[in-house]
Design a binder for this molecule. Structure first.
Ligand code: PCA
Length: 157
């Protein structure tokens, strides 16, 4: 099992969330919500309004997201889905627990609020340099007031 932190379209309520819970892709268990320990620039880029966490720690905001435990099959699916390692690279990042929902382990071994976990995150170092000048977000929402709604893959041309 691997622990993954999602901050973009895979979060609950966001356009690609159905993939995250599709049993045909493997197993995933929602564990809670978190916040990156370090600041990162989270931008919405390109003509399809895709969210990217730029791998430039120290700039931008601490970013919110959802913490999952996934099996190898789901991790492999996510790697392909996120065009890893071309578009995004999956790398470990420190995540602070905001809220823990997974009650599958004993209370005394559950991570408490404010504890720090190492989670895999799809960030990118292979981004276009001008993206660093885009607005930075702290909590991605495709349907937010920026009006940069994510374009689903099947709707692109
Ligand atoms: N999907 C991944 C990376 C960006 C995106 O839209 C995620 O939600 O974390």
């Amino acid at each position: 099992m691997a622990r993954v932190f999602v901050y973009g379209t895979l979060k609950k309520g966001q356009p690609n969330y159905p993939h995250m819970i599709n049993g045909a892709h493997g197993t995933s268990l929602f564990q809670g919500r978190g916040l990156t320990v370090e600041k990162y620039p989270l931008v919405i880029a390109g003509k399809y309004n895709i969210p990217f966490l730029l791998n430039k720690p120290g700039i931008g905001h601490r970013v919110s997201g959802d913490i999952y435990s996934v099996d190898d099959q789901m991790l492999q699916f996510l790697d392909e889905f996120e065009s890893c390692p071309d578009m995004y690279q999956r790398a470990p990042m420190k995540i602070e627990v905001v809220e823990w929902e997974d009650k599958s382990s004993a209370p005394e071994v559950r991570p408490g609020v404010n504890s720090i976990l190492e989670c895999d995150v799809y960030s990118t170092s292979t981004y276009q340099p001008e993206w660093i000048h885009l607005p930075y977000y702290d909590n991605y929402d495709s349907f937010g007031k920026h009006k940069l709604e994510y374009v689903l893959r099947e709707s692109r041309n």
